[in-house]
Design a binder for this molecule. Structure first.
Ligand SMILES: Nc1nc2c(c(=O)[nH]1)N[C@H]1C(S)=C(S)[C@@H](COP(=O)(O)O)O[C@H]1N2
Ligand SMILES: [Mo]
Length: 368
């Protein structure tokens, strides 16, 4: 798999940043990969143009009319499908909350040289497409198949390895996870940056599993060894740790920062008096959120939860606060039905994956 004839083999392009000032190349990543604006956490569905973006290489510009999805490898009945044929299959629409595994990375020290997310790499969309499982069954995986690999059309280099973005799932995972083959987002054809004309949605997992610009599905009789499967998206304690795969989203909550912001720092300004704080909470693997608490003036208060709009969609919460003059740091934390609670401090990971530490919002309340 390793491409030994490339200019990036001995040159990662990543300077050894640890803390503090960001490098030009990290600023470049931040400009390409935009985040959700936290004020849209007030909405069930993130406006399409404000859904976060994570694009490793370049956006491939694909002719939807000519695009074919191929099922190949160790299938007994390999076939191809055009977009019209996929749209003629049974259609489902599902609200799904997607979060990047790197969300929160910049809260971890020392940081990894990658996309420096704060809190904003999460959003919820209504995805329309067809369930993947019946199509895999139709292609008839051979008895010795261990992985199904999904390849995007985008090619590039990471750590000296040239590859198309690719990920895999086992047949059991495909059966368990409501995996969808998706052509529309919020009732409109996928935009180029979100994977047009076809992508995977793996509900309940971090976003890396939801392969965009999907062109090829391959049945493998050996475990998939693609770069994005084995060399990244693993929890590692140190650079020498072989690591454990990143899969389902950890329980997390965010609030809409109250009041109005200061342009340069995003700190908040508020008049004293009653305020209703609102936000969203979610967890992975279809596990519901059972509790959200908000820390107000040093006391953790119970937030109200609204009905979830779908098994894989986030839950709205709200909490009343009587804002008194002075400086405040507000925090929120969620608990899920498995009893997992958000930590107050970032969990350590070399690449800064899955930081679900409680959000902090600095608020200045004026004198009455
Ligand atoms: N082909 C391909 N698929 C991809 C990616 C990519 O770079 N190439 N990025 C992944 C990652 S890391 C995330 S978090 C989600 C982001 O999806 P979005 O940009 O539509 O929000 O897409 C995933 N699918
Ligand atoms: Mo991601």
């Amino acid at each position: 798999m390793a491409n030994t004839d490339n200019p990036f083999l001995g040159y990662s392009g990543r300077i050894d940043t640890k803390d503090g000032v960001y490098s030009q190349s990290e600023v470049g990543l931040a400009n390409r990969n935009s985040g959700n604006l936290l004020e849209t956490l007030a909405l069930d569905i993130t406006p399409t143009g404000l859904h976060y973006l994570l694009i490793h290489f370049d956006v491939p510009l694909i002719d939807a009319g000519a695009h074919r999805l191929g099922f190949s490898g160790a299938f007994d009945a390999p076939f191809e499908l055009g977009l019209d044929e996929i749209k003629a299959l049974p259609q489902v629409t599902l609200p799904v909350t997607l979060e990047c595994a790197g969300n929160g990375r910049s809260g971890i020290s020392p940081r990894a040289h990658s996309m420096p997310w704060l809190y904003e790499a999460v959003g919820t969309s209504e995805w329309t497409g067809t369930p993947l499982r019946p199509l895999i069954e139709r292609a008839r995986p051979r008895a010795d198949v261990v992985d199904i690999a999904f390849f995007g059309a985008d090619y590039g280099f990471d750590k000296g390895v040239g590859h198309c973005f690719g990920r895999s799932l086992t047949l059991e995972q495909i059966a368990d996870l409501d995996v969808m083959l998706v052509h529309s987002m919020n009732g409109q054809p996928l935009l180029p940056q979100h994977g047009a004309p076809l992508r995977l949605i793996v509900p309940g997992w971090y976003g890396m599993a939801s392969v965009k610009w999907l062109g090829r599905i391959e049945a493998l009789t050996q475990p998939f060894d693609g770069f994005q499967q084995v060399q990244t998206y693993r929890f590692r304690d140190s650079d020498t740790d072989p690591g454990r795969p990143v899969t389902t989203m950890r329980v997390k909550s965010l609030m809409v920062p109250p009041g109005v912001p200061d342009w340069g720092t995003r700190k908040r300004y508020l008049e004293p008096g009653p305020v209703t704080l609102v936000g969203r909470a979610w967890s992975g693997g279809g596990v519901p959120v059972t509790r959200v608490e908000v820390e107000l003036d040093g006391v953790w208060r119970e937030a109200r939860l609204e009905q979830q709009t779908g098994r894989h969609a986030w839950t709205k919460w709200s909490c009343d606060w009587l804002a008194s003059p002075g400086d405040h740091v507000l925090r929120c934390r969620a608990t899920d039905a498995n009893g997992a609670v958000q930590p107050l401090d970032p969990p350590w990971d070399v690449a800064g994956f899955a930081n679900n530490a409680a959000q902090k919002v600095h608020v200045f309340v004026a004198e009455g």
